[in-house]
Ligand binder design. Structure first.
Ligand code: SAH
Length: 507
């Protein structure tokens, strides 16, 4: 039997992409993850489905675990599981009480490893275009805890030394004591005009930065409502320069976007928009149900070769059908002489993964366009069509083909229906809408519009000031039926088209 091991892993400062490859690999293998409140929970999405994930330091709500309780939990979980990841914000070695937890391992004869991470000060500097050192101005850096108030009798921080330090000082956990910290440095002789910068939520889409002299920094932070978690940088390099601030120049920086799709779709789009700088909230209003294993689908999939055209109108329809075809022990040859039509590049890509190339893709990615453009190429009269698509797809495509004399067979490969959502997912969204803190709501299908309105009242949307972005005409139509006009409709009806349109949009 293998021995259990506890891996102390640095999660990085916030942006989930800043975890190390080693850290990500261990998260995928973990039987149990014990994580802190500052850890981005997106990182847990890649854990195995049965991995037990426990948060020990909530920032709000329930009482946090004491250090003793955390140590106890480590011992318990190491007895229960083989691979335990103790996931900590930033780097485990910076102000994370890792030493105490490792001592617990030693006492309990539990094996351990430590995986470093990007510490908050390093990310705060990088993501605001500052540098912790600079050949010209600062050749030393100090990492200091701001939790020890300078007026505390037994403070172990040498304020006299800090005041005379000619380099950059990075204070962690300093927001509640900022006034006293600045006063102590000034009282010990640090020049009043020493530059200071405070970076809140470093590396996250809602990162904020304020900059002022040491003398004024506490007042400016109070005025601007700066809060923890934040890093306070003090020293000659803490000077903000617009030209090095790449973070705010990203195309969707500063925008808050709400996505209403199914779970997988929400997650993938959210990652993409995040990378472009947007703050993304997801509400998985739709649930996808795969019908490809039903008798009707199987019958159609074993008769593919009998059709003139097999049509896929969505990525999912293609994926589920071809997955099932493979399960039935068949491959691309099952299509025989049938030709393949599909809507959109994502569907084409899904076909490509099974070695199939569409014979026809319309220039506009709608069912209507497919029918029109295909008939312009060759009359559909008398031809046999098989449509493998969603049960809730609009009927303009089959109707149009039938009108022109085609024989159309339709098989529902999947359906999308309103999901069951717990209140804990809906409430924060309603609250953000209520505070007018959402800039865009994105809809990539008409069914998402209907499902969304089951959870969010129309009036809330109207009053929120959020603009609506639609992927294409049938979604826009559905929105209009609800008297929710779209501020933007993607000229190219794909997720990329929608993203591109958002970037281009200017009021
Ligand atoms: N081990 C962590 C630090 C834990 S102490 C690390 O290496 O980063 C918690 C403090 O870290 C917070 O009070 C704050 O000062 C800082 N911090 C953590 N995440 C931060 C973030 N995203 N932005 C700014 N400061 C952050």
């Amino acid at each position: 039997m293998h021995k259990s091991k506890i891996y102390f892993v640095g999660a990085g400062p916030g942006d989930p992409a800043l975890i190390t490859l080693r850290g990500a690999q261990l998260l995928r293998q973990a039987d149990c993850v014990i994580y802190d409140g500052l850890v981005n929970e997106v990182l847990l999405e890649d854990c195995r489905p049965n991995c037990e994930c426990l948060c020990v330091r909530k920032r709000t709500g329930e009482k946090p675990f004491t250090q003793e309780q955390i140590n106890q939990l480590l011992v318990e979980k190491a007895a229960q599981y083989r691979t335990v990841v103790r996931l900590k914000g930033g780097d485990p070695g910076f102000f994370g009480r890792t030493a105490e937890e490792i001592q617990t391992c030693i006492q309990g004869k539990i094996d351990f490893e430590v995986v470093p991470g990007v510490t908050a000060a390093s990310a705060a500097a990088a993501y605001s275009g500052l540098f912790l050192t600079d050949r010209q101005f600062s050749s030393q850096v100090l990492f200091v805890t701001g939790q020890e108030a300078p007026d505390k009798n037994e403070s172990s921080i040498d304020w006299d030394f800090l005041a005379g330090f000619r380099g950059t000082i990075a204070f962690y956990m300093a927001m509640s004591n900022l006034e006293q910290i600045a006063a102590a440095l000034l009282a010990n002789g640090k020049p009043a005009d020493t530059p200071a910068a405070v970076i809140q939520n470093a590396s996250l889409p809602h990162q904020r930065l304020v900059q002022a002299s040491l003398e004024r920094i506490a007042a400016v932070c109070r005025q601007e409502g700066m809060e923890a978690p934040a890093i306070v940088l003090i020293g000659p390099t803490a000077v903000y320069r617009e030209e090095t601030d790449w973070f705010r120049r990203r195309p969707l920086a500063g925008r808050t976007i709400l996505i209403a799709r199914d779970e997988e779709g929400t997650r993938s789009l959210s990652r993409r928009l995040n990378e472009l700088g947007a703050d993304v909230l997801g509400l998985p209003v739709l649930a996808v149900r795969n019908f490809a294993r039903t008798g009707a689908a199987d019958t159609a999939l074993t008769r593919l070769g009998e059709f003139d055209w097999v049509v896929f109108t969505s990525r999912r329809g293609a994926e589920f059908s071809l997955q099932r075809l493979a399960e039935l022990g068949k491959d691309a040859r099952a299509f025989g002489r049938a030709r393949i039509a599909c809507i959109g590049p994502e569907t084409a890509r899904a076909l490509g993964e099974y070695g199939l190339r569409a014979d026809f893709i319309p220039t506009t990615f709608t069912g209507q366009a497919l029918a029109e453009e295909l008939s312009a190429k060759e009359p559909p009269a008398g031809k046999k069509f098989l449509l493998l698509r969603s049960a809730v797809a609009p009927d303009d495509l089959p109707k149009s083909l039938q009108r022109q004399g085609a024989v159309v067979e339709e098989v529902s490969i999947y359906t999308v229906e309103p999901a069951e959502l717990p209140a804990r997912l809906i409430e924060p969204i309603l609250e953000r809408l209520g505070r007018r803190r959402i800039d865009w709501i994105l809809f990539a299908s008409s069914s998402a519009v209907s499902a969304f309105l089951k959870f969010v009242p129309k009036e809330t949307v109207l009053k929120s000031g959020a603009k609506i972005a639609s992927i294409g005409p049938s979604t826009t139509r559905r929105l209009l039926e609800e008297e929710l006009p779209a501020a933007l409709e993607a000229p190219v009806h794909t997720l990329e088209g929608l993203t591109e349109a958002l970037i281009r949009y200017h009021d």
